[in-house]
Design a protein around this ligand. Structure first.
Ligand code: ZN
Length: 334
């Protein structure tokens, strides 16, 4: 099988790890300077469970990846085989050592280094059809109000949607002294959601809570981080984010070294993940409530195809076909 050839290059694991690490550093620089930044963020939102390192490595090797697993996992868990001639994507896995903690006497796991791992994208495999993905329950069944309220739950401060008469050009702001977020009333739905996430990111990442002021970091960096978090979360939920501008990313990143850029990427990913987790939990909670209500109130809407599924699943599917928003009838869902 061709994919195995990668392993027989005569290189030691350490050499391969070094190669991959080098690729990673080039990848980080490339993402920031080549105009691929927005693409990378959309990509990142599809792989919430991977480390930033591995997201970048997969992105550099196969930017159209959508679901990756190891060779065995494809076979054993999904009944799919890697197609002949497909080249493995190389990522890094932790090398874990079990040790007895001398103080507590308990066995602990410690990361002592990294080893090269091979994974394949779903497009490189064939076989049994994939089960429908778990994301069914997220935003693709939500309307604007539901989404807005879920985002507000992710903000650590009160949120007000109101007129901002004294600030002409701003769509919203986070006030570190008053500990609140204000979003301009009357923006389009997509714009309201984006602004909410942007300001939520500022309040979570850049607020020195103890002193009621902003942390000391360059304004450009703070803006890139907030905008990147908003872009990532919006991509995840399929909220139109076409008016984002990352034009200044390249200029700003020229002055940073790779470890600083990496730190920012980690900050963006962690914040985006936490916000998505909060929104998902909130959406699932409200949808389950809605699903139950609709089941109780209008049981005759359960159709024949729904038999065999649990009532809640059937109801959720019905809701899923549901609400459409906006003047252009654009769905907020994915
Ligand atoms: Zn901002």
């Amino acid at each position: 099988m061709t994919w195995k050839k990668n392993y027989s290059s005569g290189k030691s694991a350490a050499e391969r790890v070094e190669e991959i690490t080098k690729k990673l550093e080039e990848g980080i620089r490339d993402i920031y300077t080549s105009g691929k930044f927005a693409d990378y963020l959309s990509f990142m939102s599809k792989f919430p469970h991977y480390s930033v390192n591995n997201q970048i490595l997969i992105f550099c090797q196969k930017p159209d990846s959508s679901l990756v697993c190891g060779y065995r996992k494809w076979q054993d868990e999904f009944g799919r085989n890697v197609k002949k001639g497909e080249k493995a994507l190389r990522i890094l896995g932790p090398r874990i050592k079990k040790e007895i903690d001398p103080d507590t006497g308990r066995e602990e796991q410690r990361i002592v280094g990294f080893m090269p791992l091979s994974v394949f994208d779903v497009s490189q495999t064939e076989g049994k059809e994939l089960p429908s993905l778990a994301h069914r329950l997220t935003a693709d069944i939500s309307g604007f109000e539901e989404m807005r309220d879920a985002i507000i739950k992710a903000a650590p401060v009160p949120v007000y949607i109101e007129d901002i008469p004294y600030r002409d050009s701003t769509n919203g702001y986070f006030s570190p002294t008053e500990g609140k977020i204000v979003v301009r009333a009357g923006l389009s739905e997509a714009h309201t959601l984006k602004t909410l996430i942007h300001e939520t990111a500022h309040s979570r990442l850049h607020w020195d809570r103890e002193h009621d002021k902003l942390k000391k970091i360059p304004t450009t960096q703070a803006e890139i981080e907030a905008e990147s978090v908003a872009y990532t979360v919006c991509s995840y939920y399929g909220i139109d984010s076409s008016d984002y501008s990352f034009g200044y990313v390249a200029g700003w990143s020229q002055k940073m070294d790779t470890s600083e850029l990496m730190a920012s990427m980690n900050t963006i990913q962690t914040a985006a993940q936490e916000i998505i987790k909060t929104i998902d939990a909130e959406l699932i909670r409200t949808q389950e409530k809605e699903a139950c209500t609709s089941l109780i109130v209008i049981p005759d809407q359960v159709t024949e195809q729904d038999f065999g599924k649990s009532g809640i699943e059937a109801a959720i599917e019905r809701v899923e076909k549901g609400p459409v928003i906006g003047p252009e009838e654009r769905s907020i869902g994915r």
